[in-house]
Design a protein around this ligand. Structure first.
Ligand SMILES: [Cu+2]
Length: 347
């Protein structure tokens, strides 16, 4: 993710002023690690590259059938960016379920089930105490989807329910607990809907706290994406922000001596992450992203599927600091990103 102010700067360089609605989108739905997933622009279309729609996809690239599908007709829907409108502490969000082909590795298209046409879906930034009305529009013409927000303390059987193909449904909740949360599709089979790409991060910051400088989502890809492979828990890739080496080629950026705040979510669906930064200790780790549950100077922290952390650390020297899952099988399958740390400005 790029910090929000840099996003604004980039937009202004490109085209000067743009509609207020786009500003509001940018404020609420920040870019994820590669700075490319469902990045809203003034024109309302996602930017590229990254794990957004694969150009030139045809139904011939469709993944093999998996459980829960009764058709063999893969489609590739155009990514549709999340809409985020804030009025005081009231937030209205429009999010879209759709099927879009992305790339999980070079030359590896993946027919994903998505929120907003990207994997992971857009990060949603909220403030503690926000009153949220979130509408899921299911643009998928073939199957039901839903959304389960771990930040929403509501009755799941009344809220996290299936939205039939072509229909919409609104969830109301108050973001009462600060944290780094997962959201995901909860339609059955849930394992499949998550493994196919339906997840993202919600970050709820205390009212007086800044938003993190970066949000990273770990997840697994099972190729071919059969239900049997998902059950067997032997992922082909375990990656950060939806694509192999995404955050190696697009490193996060920090400065020597300045606090760097990273929100990290593990979407799974199956495996725990052993989050670790090479060349540093994790100065403060807020478990689930809650400052009431802080650890200090830990070397590696367990982040199970469905959980998140907020890490604040400082770097002593300029250089490149890998962050990894220290589970070596996951590391070998792609769970690595870089933080490029620059020297502090003189004077
Ligand atoms: Cu779904």
């Amino acid at each position: 993710m790029r910090p929000a102010h840099r996003f604004f700067e980039r937009q202004h360089r490109r085209g000067g002023l743009f509609p207020l609605a786009a500003v509001l989108v940018a404020f609420g739905a920040v870019l994820s690690g590669c700075g490319t997933h469902s990045a809203p622009t003034a024109a309302g279309v996602p930017s590229a590259p990254g794990n957004t729609a694969a150009a030139g996809h045809s139904p011939g690239n469709a993944s093999p059938m998996a459980a829960g599908r009764t058709d063999a007709h893969a489609i590739n829907q155009k990514p549709r960016p999340l809409q985020f409108v804030r009025r005081g502490t009231h937030v209205a969000i429009q999010i879209y379920a759709e099927e879009t082909t992305v790339h999980v590795a070079p030359g590896t298209p993946f027919h994903a089930w998505t929120f907003d046409g990207s994997v992971p879906g857009p990060t949603i930034l909220l403030k503690q105490g926000d009153h949220v009305a979130l509408t899921l529009h299911n643009l998928d013409p073939m199957m039901a989807h839903s959304i389960d927000l771990h930040a929403a303390l509501v009755a799941p059987n009344m809220n996290f329910v299936d939205v039939p193909a072509g229909r919409s449904r609104t969830i109301h909740f108050v973001a009462s607990v600060p944290g780094v949360f997962l959201y995901h599709c909860e339609s059955e089979p849930m394992l499949q809907h998550i493994a196919m790409g339906m997840y993202g991060a919600v970050v709820v910051t205390p009212k007086t706290a800044p938003a993190p400088q970066a949000v990273v989502v770990q997840s697994e890809f099972y190729l071919p994406p059969t239900y049997e492979n998902m059950l067997n828990d032997q992922p082909t890739y375990v990656v950060f922000d939806g694509a192999l080496d995404c955050l190696v080629t697009h490193p996060l950026r920090a400065t020597v001596g300045k606090p760097f705040m990273l929100a990290f979510v593990n979407a799974g669906p199956n495996q725990s992450s052993a989050f670790h930064v090479v060349g540093g200790t994790l100065g403060t780790v807020d478990q689930s992203g809650n400052p009431a549950d802080a650890l200090h100077d830990v070397q590696t922290v367990d982040v199970p599927p469905g959980d998140g952390i907020l890490v604040t650390l400082k770097f002593a020297q300029p250089g490149v600091y890998p962050f990894v899952s220290h589970d070596m099988a996951q590391f070998a399958r792609g769970a690595v990103g870089h933080i490029a740390v620059a020297a502090a400005a003189k004077g």
